[in-house]
Design a protein around this ligand. Structure first.
Ligand SMILES: O=C(O)CCC(=O)C(=O)O
Ligand SMILES: [Fe+2]
Length: 772
C-alpha cells in the first residue's frame, strides 16, 4: 500500500469501476410508503387537493440558507415546509424500499459497492400553484453528506419540475402521478424546482450521507479519498530531493489517462476510466471542503537510456568490429530502439484549466511540484507524443526525453482557492480582487492580494492581464502590494491601452514608485528576452496618450522611453564595436527599428540627447542608421520623420559620409593596421606588428596558451590577418599574415559611402553641413 496520502489517493482511484451519473431517478409503488404527519394523520397516496391543503395548514413558509444566515424570501424560494420532527415514515415495506433505493443510487451515481448510503429526512415540501425554488446548491450540513435525495409523492400537477445541473449538463425530472418518484443527485449540483402551474407537488427531501465513522472497507473509496485529501492538505510537503519539509501543499494534481483539447475538456466528456475517477475525486473533494477543476497537463520525463543492442558503458572499451555496421539501417529511431533504465526527471506543467463552475476555461502557466502530483497510471505506461534520444552530450549522459499530454483534476481547499488559482497566473484571481474592491471589501482584497506575494513574482503572467492588474493595483491603495502585483509583468506587455492604467497608478503612488516598477520591468529578465524590442512599436502611441493626460503622466512616458533608450544604447555600443562585419552588420541593422520608434516616442530633450550620443559613435553606427533612414523614407510621412529627428540624423550621416569619401585612400604600400589590445605583452607585440607599414608577416614561436590568446584577439576584432600555426619545433610557430582584405574592405566601404551619400542627397534633400 502506498505510503503518503497522495499516492494512496491515486491507488484508490486506480481501482475504481465504470462511470456513474451525477443524478439518477427511480420509481417505486405508492403503497411502499406509509406517511404520517403530526396534526394531519396518515397521508393517503396518491395525494389529493384536500389533503394537500391540510398539510399546508401545519406547514410554514420555507427558509433558505445564504452563507451564515437563514432567510425567508419568496423571490428565491416559495414553498411550504414541514419539518422532519412532524413526520413519521413507516409502512411494512418502507425500510426495504429505502435500502433498495439507496443501493440503486449508490451504483447509479458511481459510488463504490462497498459504500453504505444513509438518507436523513430533511423536510416535507408542498408546492402550490405558482410556487417554486430558484437554482441553488444545497449546503452540506454534514461532513458525510454526498448528495440529496428527493422523494416526490404521487400527486397530480403540472410544472414543478426538478432540474439538476452539473458541469453544463442538465437533467429534468417530472414526478409520477401514481408512483413514488425518487431522484438522487450529488451535493455539488445546482438544481431548481420550476413553478407549479396546476395542482400540488409534494416532496420529501433527504440528506444523503455516506455512513460516517465506518471504516474505509465499509464506505468505499469516497470517504477514504476525502480523508486522503484532508491529510494531503494538512501534511507538510516533502519535495523529492529536498532535505527539509515545506508548508502543506496548496493543491493536488491527479493526472488522468487521456488527451483532450481545450474545448473538449469537460467533466461530462471524460473518456474511459477518466470519467469515473474524476467524478469520484470531485465528489471526494466536495466532501473534504475542496474545489476541483479540470486542467490540461504536459508531462516531460527524462530517462536514463541507451540504444538497444549496446551494452551500457561499451565505449569504455573502445570500438569493436560491429561498429562498422552502424548507420547502415537508416530508418528513423523509435522509442523501442532504446533500453530505458531509471527515471531521472519528471516535470508536469499545466497550461489550461476550466472555470470554477466547470465550464469555459482559461490559459494558465503552472509548474506542478512533485509533491503535488499523482496518477493511477504512470506516464511511462502511456504513449508519448514525442521522444528524443540524446547521447552523452546531454545534461545527464545518455538520456531519452518523452513528452505526454494528459488531462488532470486539480483540487485545492476551498479556503485556499484564491492563492491556488493566483499562482497559475490566472485572470480569475485578478477579477476576484477587482470584484472585492468594487464591492467595497478593500480589506478582503488587500489580504487576498498579499497572499499572492510568496509566488506572484515567479508567475508566468499573460500580457493580456496587465490592464486588469493596473486597475487592481490602483484600487488596492497599498503601494507595496500594488508594486508586487505589477512585478511579474514586463514592458513587452505594454501598449497604448495601458496609458490610463499607468496614469492612474502614477497619480496614486507617485513617480518614484512608478520608476521602481518600470525599472523592474527593464531588469535582468528583460535583457535576455528574445524579442525584447517588439513592444517599442507601440511605444510612440503610448507616450503620446500619456503626455496628453497631464504632467505626472509625462513623467511616466519619460520613464518608459528612458528605459528603452538605455537598452538600445547599450546594444548600440556593443554592436558598433564588434569587429567581425558578418556579426556586427545584421545586429546593427536590427537595432534601427527600435531606435526609430524610440526617437518617435522621445520628448525633445531626450531626442537631443540621443542624437548627441549617436553622433559620438564610431562610423560603424552608419550600419544601423542608413538602413533605418532608408526604411523610414518609405514608411513614414515627412512630418513624422522630421518630428522624430530623422532629418537631423540624415544630415549627420551626410557629414560622416562626406568625411569618409574625402579621406586619402590607403597608399598601396601601407600595410599598417590601427588596433589596441588588452595591454598584455603578447598584445603589445601584436600591436607593433600590426602598426608597421611595411611588415606583412610575423613568424612567432609561441606556446599554446599564448597562441590561443592571439587567435582570439584577431578573430574577435575581425582583423584582416591570417593566423596559422606551423606545427614544427617547440614551441610551435604562429604565422601571422596581413591579407589583401585590408585594401578591399576600405574600397568597399568607400563605394558604399559614396552610394549612401548619393541616396541621401537625392532623397532627403539634406542641407550642407552647417551650424545646428
Ligand atoms: O423540492 C424539491 O424537489 C427540491 C427541494 C430542494 O432543492 C431543497 O430543499 O433544497
Ligand atoms: Fe435543494
Amino acid at each position: 500500500m502506498a505510503g503518503n496520502p497522495r499516492e494512496r489517493l491515486a491507488e484508490l482511484l486506480g481501482g475504481v469501476r465504470p462511470a456513474g451519473a451525477f443524478s439518477a431517478r427511480l420509481e417505486a409503488p405508492a403503497h411502499g410508503l406509509g406517511l404520517e404527519v403530526a396534526g394531519v394523520g396518515p397521508v393517503s397516496l396518491p395525494l389529493r387537493a384536500p389533503q394537500a391543503k391540510k398539510l399546508i395548514a401545519v406547514a410554514r413558509p420555507a427558509l433558505f440558507g445564504r452563507g451564515e444566515e437563514t432567510l425567508s424570501d419568496t423571490g428565491v424560494r416559495d414553498t411550504w415546509q414541514i419539518s422532519p420532527d412532524q413526520i413519521t415514515l413507516a409502512g411494512p415495506s418502507w425500510p426495504a424500499l429505502l435500502s433498495g433505493a439507496l443501493e440503486h443510487f449508490r451504483d447509479a451515481l458511481g459510488l463504490p459497492v462497498t459504500a453504505r448510503l444513509q438518507a436523513e429526512p430533511h423536510a416535507l415540501l408542498v408546492y402550490g400553484k405558482g410556487q417554486f425554488f430558484l437554482p441553488h446548491q444545497d449546503s452540506e450540513k454534514d461532513d458525510a453528506m454526498v448528495g440529496t435525495l428527493v422523494l416526490c409523492l404521487p400527486s397530480a400537477h403540472t410544472g414543478g419540475e426538478l432540474v439538476i445541473e452539473h458541469a453544463g449538463q442538465r437533467s429534468t425530472y417530472r414526478a409520477s402521478k401514481t408512483e413514488l418518484t425518487l431522484v438522487a443527485f450529488y451535493a455539488d449540483c445546482r438544481h431548481e424546482v420550476t413553478p407549479v402551474r396546476s395542482g400540488y407537488r409534494v416532496a420529501l427531501t433527504f440528506n444523503l450521507l455516506a455512513e460516517p465513522g465506518a471504516s474505509a472497507r465499509d464506505t468505499g473509496p469516497l470517504t477514504e479519498l476525502a480523508h486522503c485529501l484532508d491529510q494531503h492538505f494538512s501534511t507538510p510537503a516533502r519535495p523529492r530531493y529536498a532535505m527539509r519539509d515545506l508548508d502543506p501543499p496548496n493543491r493536488l494534481v491527479y493526472l488522468l489517462d487521456h488527451e483532450y483539447t481545450q474545448r473538449g475538456l469537460s467533466w461530462e466528456r471524460l473518456k474511459g476510466a477518466d470519467a469515473e475517477r474524476a467524478a469520484l475525486l470531485r465528489a471526494a473533494a466536495g466532501q473534504a471542503g475542496c474545489e476541483s477543476v479540470l486542467a490540461l497537463a504536459e508531462v516531460k520525463q527524462t530517462w536514463d537510456a541507451y540504444p538497444a543492442g549496446d551494452v551500457p558503458w561499451d565505449d569504455c572499451y573502445g570500438y569493436d568490429e560491429d561498429d562498422e555496421y552502424e548507420g547502415e539501417d537508416d530508418s528513423p529511431a523509435t522509442d523501442d530502439d532504446y533500453v530505458v533504465q531509471d527515471l531521472i526527471d519528471d516535470e508536469v506543467t499545466l497550461d489550461w484549466w476550466t472555470g470554477p463552475d466547470g465550464t469555459g476555461g482559461e490559459p494558465i502557466s503552472l509548474y506542478v511540484h512533485d509533491y503535488e502530483a499523482c496518477a493511477s497510471t504512470p506516464s511511462a505506461d502511456l504513449t508519448p507524443y514525442e521522444s528524443q534520444y540524446e547521447g552523452y552530450m546531454g545534461n545527464y549522459g545518455n538520456t531519452l526525453d518523452r513528452w505526454y499530454r494528459r488531462a488532470a483534476v486539480v483540487v485545492w481547499p476551498r479556503e485556499r482557492a484564491f492563492a491556488a488559482r493566483g499562482e497559475a497566473g490566472s485572470r480569475w484571481a485578478l477579477e476576484e480582487l477587482q470584484g472585492r474592491i468594487e464591492q467595497g471589501d478593500l480589506d478582503g482584497a488587500r489580504t487576498a492580494a498579499e497572499s499572492l506575494a510568496p509566488f506572484w513574482k515567479h508567475t508566468d503572467t499573460q500580457p493580456e492581464l496587465l490592464e486588469g492588474a493596473l486597475h487592481v493595483a490602483e484600487g488596492l491603495g497599498v503601494a507595496e502590494t500594488a508594486a508586487m502585483l505589477l512585478e511579474p509583468f514586463g514592458v513587452n506587455a505594454l501598449g497604448p491601452q495601458h496609458a490610463h492604467g499607468l496614469a492612474a497608478v502614477a497619480e496614486r503612488y507617485g513617480t518614484v514608485w512608478l520608476g521602481q516598477v518600470i525599472g523592474g520591468w527593464f531588469g535582468p529578465r528583460y535583457r535576455y528576452e528574445a524579442h525584447r524590442y517588439e513592444w517599442t512599436e507601440r511605444l510612440p502611441d503610448l507616450c503620446t496618450v500619456l503626455r496628453s493626460l497631464g504632467p505626472a503622466r509625462t513623467a511616466a512616458a519619460r520613464l518608459l522611453s528612458t528605459g528603452a533608450w538605455s537598452a538600445v544604447d547599450e546594444d548600440l555600443r556593443q554592436c558598433t564595436t564588434t569587429g567581425p562585419a558578418e556579426i556586427r552588420r545584421p545586429r546593427l541593422e536590427q537595432l534601427g527599428l527600435p531606435l526609430q520608434h524610440l526617437l518617435q516616442a522621445a520628448d525633445q530633450e531626450q531626442r537631443t540627447e540621443i542624437l548627441a550620443v549617436l553622433r559620438a559613435q564610431a562610423d560603424t553606427v552608419l550600419e544601423c542608421l542608413m538602413p533605418m533612414l532608408r526604411r523610414s523614407a518609405q514608411a513614414l510621412p515627412t512630418d513624422t520623420r522630421r518630428a522624430a529627428g530623422l532629418d537631423t540624423i540624415a544630415r549627420d550621416c551626410t557629414d560622416r559620409l562626406r568625411a569618409i569619401v574625402a579621406r586619402q585612400p590607403r597608399a598601396a604600400d601601407d600595410w599598417s593596421i590601427a588596433w589596441t589590445g588588452c595591454g598584455c605583452d603578447l598584445c603589445a607585440t601584436l600591436e607593433t606588428f600590426l602598426a608597421s607599414r611595411s611588415r606583412r608577416v610575423l613568424e612567432w614561436p609561441l606556446a599554446k596558451d599564448g597562441r590561443r590568446h592571439v587567435h582570439t584577439r584577431i578573430d574577435s576584432a575581425g582583423l584582416p590577418v591570417l593566423h596559422q600555426t606551423r606545427r614544427q619545433g617547440r614551441p610551435y610557430t604562429l604565422v601571422l599574415t596581413k591579407t589583401e582584405q585590408l585594401f578591399t574592405r576600405e574600397q568597399t566601404g568607400r563605394r558604399q559611402a559614396e552610394a549612401d551619400l548619393t541616396w541621401l542627397t537625392s532623397t532627403w534633400n539634406t542641407l550642407p553641413a552647417g551650424p545646428r
